[in-house]
Design a protein around this ligand. Structure first.
Ligand SMILES: [Fe+2]
Length: 292
């Protein structure tokens, strides 16, 4: 089972050849992880005080950062540490955007740079409800922020200061996941999207596509037998590496590791080369109707 496309990008910011961009874009849209083993986010000496889970308030598993407003969330820290964290997160947000523009210039238009996060807690052994348990294979879907058909592209950097890898599992391709679980998912109830928005449960209208993606996410995580038996491959992302993935398409689980940066991008479907490979088009084919 192919899961990964390795792009051996060295340090630097020069424009990349068309061949490298083509390989990246084709791999991402086909549902592979694009792995840059030698290209990492440069952590500075002044960032060192940030390497501690004690940055987080008791209800959070991540520090969140909104590059548009420069606001941090999930933290309980001194003013000094907050300023340091803000600095690192903004540098990372800039790093992630520049890198994406270099490797996937097709997505330049229609790109929305959403939240970034810093994940300072060891994943293994962390207590969590099954729905929030990212050590179980899943595809990403946002309960309160429907994407309304936009794609969820995520860029990750392992910045573990002790050189420890981040371990993921990759499951079966999206179409197989969808075929396996769709029959157990009831169609959305008319007016439920209006009610969810009315009561503030969703920030914008939940389309039938968002509904099916959330149900798929839940059905995968809730099925213990599926988790145990489905074919999967383990990947080790070393400290100092970067990887990108359409997280709404690739069945993934993060099972071990500490200290990771992540940037989410939302991409208009229109910008894709192969719209037919997207979860939206795949689900529409399988359900037999338009979902947006
Ligand atoms: Fe995920």
């Amino acid at each position: 089972m192919k899961t990964t496309e390795v792009i051996d990008l060295g340090p630097g910011t020069e424009a990349l050849s068309q061949d490298v961009c083509d390989r990246t874009i084709e791999a991402l849209e086909a549902g592979y992880v694009v792995f840059l083993p030698r290209y990492g986010f440069p952590v500075t000496d002044s960032d060192k005080p940030l390497f501690s889970p004690s940055l987080l308030n008791k209800d959070s598993k991540n520090v969140s950062y909104n590059p548009a407003t420069r606001k941090l969330g999930g933290i309980t820290t001194s003013q000094e540490t907050t300023a340091l964290l803000q600095g690192m997160m903004q540098r990372f947000a800039d790093f992630a955007r520049q890198l994406l523009m270099r490797v996937s210039p097709d997505y330049r238009n229609g790109l929305n740079q959403a939240r970034a996060s810093f994940r300072p807690v060891e994943i293994e052994g962390r207590a969590s409800s099954w729905r929030k348990d990212d050590t179980r294979l899943h595809v990403d879907a946002f309960p309160s922020s429907p994407t309304q058909g936009k794609r969820i592209l995520r860029l990750f950097c392992n910045i573990n200061p002790d050189g420890r890898g981040r371990i993921w599992r990759i499951g079966e391709p999206f179409e197989q996941v969808a075929k396996r679980f769709l029959s157990s998912i009831k169609p959305p109830v008319p007016f439920s999207a209006t009610l969810l928005q009315l009561f503030g449960i969703t920030k914008s209208r939940q389309t039938p596509y968002d509904y099916y993606m959330l149900r798929l996410h839940d059905a995968m995580k809730a099925d213990e037998r599926y988790q145990a038996e489905v074919e999967k491959i383990e990947l080790d992302f070393p400290a100092g590496s970067t990887w990108l993935v359409f997280a709404d398409q690739v069945s993934h689980a993060a099972i071990r590791g500490q200290y990771q940066l992540e940037q989410t991008f939302l991409i208009d479907l229109e910008q894709l080369r192969h719209k037919d490979q997207s979860p939206l088009r795949t689900l529409e084919r399988l359900v037999g109707q338009k979902l947006i």
